[in-house]
Design a protein. Structure first.
Length: 151
């Protein structure tokens, strides 16, 4: 059942170019769509496309079976627009690749603005260690769907 109050999460949300954000979005009904290697790579292609289009600078990301964590420096696009592009484009790519016509993403996303004083490298390490904490692999090196500018 959809959350009746999910729209209230957007109230007061403010995007600031140049600010660092940790973004998290989950699949619809937390279905593990990205256990499939090709499905995960299609999402990764869209993360990279957002960076190529200079909408953001990707600092770290991980595509988990049912969610994505993405640490970015926001450029010219507001957060809402960036996430709409990512979700719409990745959904279209997945459907074009043969995923049945179904919702891919849960509505909304979680964002956390980071201060420059925050330990950004620590946050990046937390992101890329997600597959280890989830018990998917014993070492980050074993997991194929992550990247970070420092690691």
């Amino acid at each position: 059942m959809p959350n009746r109050h999910s729209h209230t999460l957007r109230r007061g949300r403010y995007s600031e170019a140049g600010r660092l954000y940790l973004l998290t979005t989950v699949t619809h009904q937390r279905i593990s769509l990205f256990h499939d290697f090709q499905h995960a790579r299609l999402v990764i292609d869209q993360l990279r496309r957002c960076e190529r289009e200079q909408l953001c600078r990707s600092l770290a990301w991980v595509v988990m079976p049912d969610h994505v964590h993405w640490l970015i420096e926001l450029k010219k696009e507001p957060l809402g627009g960036l996430m709409r592009r990512l979700k719409a484009r990745s959904s279209m790519a997945l459907h074009k690749a043969g995923l049945p016509s179904q919702r891919v993403w849960q509505a909304g996303y979680h964002d956390r603005a980071l201060r420059r004083e925050d330990d950004v490298v620590r946050v990046a390490r937390y992101i890329v260690a997600n597959p280890v904490r989830a018990g998917l692999v014993k070492s980050t090196r074993e997991y194929p769907h992550w990247d970070a500018v420092w690691l």
